[in-house]
Design a binder for this molecule. Sequence first.
Ligand code: PLP
Length: 222
Amino acid sequence: MSIKENLQKIKNTLPHNVTLVAVSKTKPVEDILEAYHAGQRIFGENKIQEMVDKHEVMPKDIQWHMIGHVQTNKVKYMAPFVSLIHGVDSLKLLKEINKQAQKLDRTIDCLLQLKIAEEDSKFGMAFAEAKALLLSEEFNAMKHITVVGVMGMATFTEDDVQIKAEFTKLKTAFESLKKIQTANCKLQTISMGMSSDYEIAIACGSTMIRVGSSIFGERNYN
Ligand SMILES: *Cc1c(COP(=O)(O)O)cnc(C)c1O
């Protein structure tokens, strides 16, 4: 099937409140353009330099989401155009995003990445850590970022029961953190679900899925 057909097939099954981020990492601009011409406007990348390069040559009405782990020293390169940063996992990183956004006189939307997987390899904050951050004075003083939700990744496993338990953990954390409402904390988005598990994620309350290989095909890493 073509990229356009893959995209339409997925979009046809999505509830209205679920946003699709087309994950285009490692894929050439021709592939992204094919999805663009099929109507897709939100794309996710996991490397800042790659996203910057693609942003330069692609149509300017694309919303670029940074879904990967962010190094503090590279925030400045994406700050002028990034539309949502999914993987925010420390106050230090938020501070840098706020600083770069301030220089540009803009506000950058962020998601806090929570650790929900049992496996060790995944990034993310513990629930208590995220809560403490959102309640801190230091965070409240940041005028150029808005935390609009949470993001999480389930364990890479075939065990649907475990995946479901992990996504439910994120949904529960979201509902609890949502009670914190300040000028720069307005939780509305739960980013969870990828090609292999987005249907489970939606059943568990996801409002934003990040799908790559089911749209663009398998990735080749060299
Ligand atoms: C690569 C990636 C995805 C998409 O993965 P697929 O299995 O290709 O759908 C989603 N989220 C993050 C954080 C990723 O790095």
